[in-house]
Structure formats: C-alpha cells, structure tokens
Design a protein around this ligand. Structure first.
Ligand code: TPP
Ligand code: MG
Length: 328
C-alpha cells in the first residue's frame, strides 16, 4: 500500500472526528438534549473512513440508521449535523429529520435511512444515473449484516451486476442485527460469499484496519469507474455500544466485547502512526484537541440555534391536504 503520510493523518482525523462527535452525541442524549433515537457507530470508524478516502466530493454515498460516520467521512458539516440531532431549524433537515435522515446533496450524501436495506436500491438508482449521464461518478453503498437478509439486497446486487453499474456495496458486518447475532440470522460466515450469486467480486476484510478497507475499496472504486461493475466488500467489525442509546446490550458476551475493544480501529491507527514516526505522541494529542474544539463549536452552534417555527411543519412536504391542517 502506497499512502502518503498526509493522507494517513487525514484518515486518522476523520476517524477521530467521528468518534468524538458520537461520544458527544452519546452524552448529550443521556442529558436529554437530543430527542428521538441515536444509533452510534463507535468502533466501526475505519469502514466509512477507508472507503470514502477513495471518493471525490461529487461521488455518492448511501447510508443507514447508523449514519453519522458515513456522513462525517464524506465531508458532512458537523454544525448542521449537530443542529439536526438537536431538532433545530439550522439542521440539515431543518430539524425535522433527526439523526436518521441527514442528507447533503452538495456532497453526494444521499441520506441516512431509517428503513433497513433502503439505501441499496437508492445506490442502484444513483449508479444508473451516473452511467446514463456518463459523469464518471461512483456510489458507495453502506449497509449492515442484518440488511443482507432483505429482498432489496438481492434485487440491488442483481440489477447492479447485470447493468454493470458503478456501485460499491459495503457490508458493515458488526455481527448483530439489533440483538440477533449473525450466527443466528444467517447460515453463512462470510457475507461476501453472496457475491457469487450475482457474478461479481466479493471480498472480506478486517473492518477495524483502515488500510485493509482502503485497499479493498480502492480496487472496487477503480473497477466501478471503469464501468466493469459492482463489488461486494464485507468489513468485519463491531459496535462498541448497544443497538441504540438506551440498549444495555446484555446479549453481547463479555469476552467478545473485550476481544473487540482490544482491536479498536483508532488505537490501532494511532499506534501505527507513532511506531512509524509519522507523528509524535504530542502531535497526536494536538490533533485530539483540535477535533475536540470542532465538536464543541458544533454543539455551541446547535445550542444557540432557534427551534423550528410551528408553521414549518407543513413546509417541504408533498401533500394536498396541507390547506386543511389547522395548526392553532
Ligand atoms: C425494513 C425494516 N425492518 C426492520 C427495521 C427495524 N430495524 C432497525 S435497525 C435493525 C437491524 C439492522 O441490523 P444491521 O443491518 O446489521 O445494521 P446495524 O444496526 O448492525 O448497523 C432493524 C431490524 C427497520 N428499521 N426497517
Ligand atoms: Mg449489524
């Protein structure tokens, strides 16, 4: 692998930005400042980071209910994200969508998605449009292990394969769909085996190793841009938290948790950076401070932002009964 040091540091910063944003969201949720549901990506940061490091600003991504990491890695603005989590008028969806509906068309972020498996068919649509218009864009489609039992998974990989669409399918196998372990919800170990059914390449990588993810995605993105069709990449990883904040995750064995905490993707990259003298421990600490400040700025922005006006509840929606709604 041939990555310049500056790119390795950029990847480290992205992973840290995701981690710190989410740790902050975790605390703010516990304080009752964030309404709705929050699904954290802590532990899985290497996947979003390794994949998006291969994408351009105008390339697309589709995301999931666990979407903060994908959106941050694709360049989403932390201020508008935090404001959306707070339900404020300055948020990405003007405070109406919350954590699971953040989108930013200017950066190709086609949206987090509360419907499991629904990003896969959106990705096929994005790939079809890029191919039809000849724009050279690629779509990276993130989804979980649980979603690979949905019909959309089969339909999307099938169509993307026969139409040779520029889509990269990235399965984040964190070993659970809510409380259901992968060994209980499917009869295979490696989800990449399913690529055979669509006659496309399927690879499994260590999803906690950002370089392994980067390399697999690099090859898949090149293949997609060359209109050679999609690839299925399975990244084996682990979520450190419960399915959502508030889930005590009693179904996760202690030994398993310990084993995976020891494989923390950020600590691993940090060790690599220091051992290879790319940065000193002091420089790493400075980066940590810099990212913490970014997060605090985002929280300040969100806290100082106005609540949405009551009337805005009937704006930006598609319906013909709006006139009949009496808000007072
Ligand atoms: C179509 C649909 N079915 C069920 C749900 C409820 N649900 C939310 S998350 C989830 C599990 C998803 O597991 P996985 O795809 O592995 O993603 P992870 O949460 O592990 O990131 C389910 C079943 C839903 N949101 N949408
Ligand atoms: Mg899962």
């Amino acid at each position: 692998m041939n990555l310049e040091n500056s790119r390795i540091i950029d990847m480290y910063k992205t992973m840290l930005r995701i981690r710190k944003f989410e740790e902050k969201a975790m605390n703010l949720f516990a304080e009752g400042k964030i309404p709705g549901f929050v699904h954290l990506y802590i532990g899985e940061e290497a996947v979003a980071t390794g994949v998006t490091a291969n994408l351009n600003t105008n390339d697309y991504i589709t995301s999931t209910h666990r979407g903060h990491g994908h959106i941050i890695a694709k360049g989403g603005d932390l201020k508008y994200m935090m404001a959306e989590l707070f339900g404020k008028a300055t948020g990405y969806c003007k405070g109406k969508g919350g954590s699971m509906h953040i989108a930013d068309a200017t950066r190709g972020i086609l949206g987090a998605n509360g419907i499991v498996g629904a990003g896969q068919n959106i990705a096929v649509g994005a790939g079809l449009s890029a191919k039809y218009k000849g724009t050279g864009q690629v779509c990276a489609c993130f989804f979980g292990d649980g979603s690979t039992n949905q019909g959309t998974f089969h339909e999307s990989l099938n169509l993307a394969s026969i139409w040779k669409l520029p889509v990269v399918f990235i399965c984040e196998n964190n070993m659970y769909g809510i409380s259901m372990s992968q060994s209980r919800h499917q009869a295979i170990q490696d989800i990449s085996d399913r690529a055979v059914a669509y006659n496309i390449p399927g690879v499994t990588v260590d999803g906690n190793d950002v370089f392994a993810v980067y390399e697999a995605a690099n090859e898949a993105v090149k293949r997609a841009r060359a209109m050679q069709g999609p690839t299925l990449i399975e990244c084996k990883t682990y979520r450190h938290r419960g399915h959502f904040e508030g889930d005590p995750a009693i179904y996760k064995p202690e030994e398993e948790q310990k084993e995976w905490l020891a494989k923390d993707p950020i600590k691993r990259l940090e060790s690599f950076i220091v051992e290879n003298k790319i940065q000193t421990v002091d420089e790493i600490n400075e980066i940590n401070e810099e990212i913490k400040r970014e997060i605090l700025d985002a929280v300040e922005f969100a806290e100082n932002s106005p609540e949405p006006a009551i009337d805005s509840v009937v704006e930006d929606i598609y319906t013909d009964i709006v006139e009949e709604v009496n808000l007072v």
